[in-house]
Design a protein around this ligand. Sequence first.
Ligand code: DON
Length: 566
Amino acid sequence: MYQFSWKQVVIFLLSIVLLSSCAERVPVGMGVTGKQGMVVTAHPEASRIGLMILKKGGNAMDAAVAVEFALAVCYPAAGNIAGGGFWVTRTSAGKVYTLDYREKAPMAASRDMFLGPDGEVARGLSSETILAAGVPGTVDGMLKAHEKFGSLPWNSVIQPAIDMARNGFRITKAQAISLNSIQTTILERNTTKPAFVNDSTWSEGDLLIQTDLANTLERIRDFRRDGFYAGQTAQYIVDQMKESGGLITLEDLAKYESVWREPIEGDYRNYHFYSMAPPSSGGVALKQLLGILSNWDVASMGHNTVESVHYMVEAEKRVYADRAEYLGDPAFTEIPVDKLTEPRYLIKRADEIQKERATPSDSVFYGKIVLKESLETTHYSIADQWGNAVSATTTLNGGYGCKIVVKGGGFFLNNEMDDFSSKPGSPNLYGLIGNEANAIAPEKRMLSCMTPTIITKDHKLFMVVGSPGGSTIITSVFQTVLNVIDHGMTMQQAVSAKRFHHQWLPDIIQYEPEAIDTVSVMRLTSMGQHLKKTGKIGRVDAILIWPNGTMEGGADPRGDDTAKGY
Ligand code: DON
């Protein structure tokens, strides 16, 4: 039996009463519900396509592949075919597989490639130029995922994205604002005018047609791997590299392989979680955070109170410090995952935390958080009627990657190389610092924070969760999990709840307006914490499976995110 909190039981019973009296009405506190399938993504069009695949009889994995390609069309800020990501998937038989389709450094990359003649990091080189582009992983990842789990033909899962690219889709208000903000930059960095540039300004409801991208997607449909990593598309990428001074070669593309990895797994209270192993730091960090927090009764502390914020933040400081020192690509660095996540070590870390006093982040490097850049990654969560689920996070890194569109190909290149540590102690776009473990090397994968996660209870699917948000991904997922397990929230409440974040350096608690009340801010300050109000933190899209099998989608109100179920 599930052990749901009394709050969840009350909300659930209430929702049954309301649902039976009025099938269309969504009960207070609950998100969109469904019995047979649920798709939650960052864009209504991608959610629509995912649901269509499920209704056609596809499984969660078919829907996820369709959604990944759909996002590459309708959400070009982060959805991609020239980026990368991570998939955590659970089959109806209860087995969990994780796929790493993270980008790699090109073979010609070198350790100090982003340093200027003065030995300092040359501003913007790792994020705003074509040198920022890693060798893309998404297409290989989707092919591998579909080969292993797909039940519908490849053509039918990619076709909806092709149609949307060719016929166009209506952009949302947020997208119009976002596209308008990058018009000048796109024109500066590209020699031809890509589909993303409008002669006047973009408005809500405008049709965005992407003919070059439709052609590229057709090549991927028809020639699979060779439709992207060889032939015409590969040639377009390499020509773009020549034109803009990039490093990726035909050989880099031919050599790219996504990798199946063992999940990071562990227990939190009566739940079991699976998340992503390095080269993402997400799984290790989440396991450390939950392990440290399991030493306290979080439920009795209350949501976003002085006590809960203090303990969570103190744990976050220690976990992000470990991340900076130890984590990187396992093919290049020995990562002490077991040591970092063993209960004894986490109890020791918990013991260091003082009840009434903040521990100052122990470093002279005060990394500067640069949140001016539009930061875009995207997460989607999908569950089907058979108990299959996919939790996937995919990205170009910054919004629209390096903002260079491959001429002829019609897609943005990523700027993932910025996730490497360009120089020990020098902050990246997210203010994260790193060390030797995450230094640049040819063919190495850059360290990620992406934390696609699946949680089970008594061997049954319980939650599918993840978020974008750079360094704040880990803490956004962490808070969402606690919101449900410890604070008894519904999925939608847990996703909507205001968030805060600490990443060790800089020594600041960033918090969304209203996440922490004024009196608590004053009290935390008197305890030695430094707080700073910030913009939105994370954009969680998640699914909760209630005891009777009802799937509740939690779509983040911070964006255009949409849950669709049936
Ligand atoms: O892999 C990472 O951790 C980053 N490249 C993710 C970037 C991101 O989440 C931007 N988002 N909103």
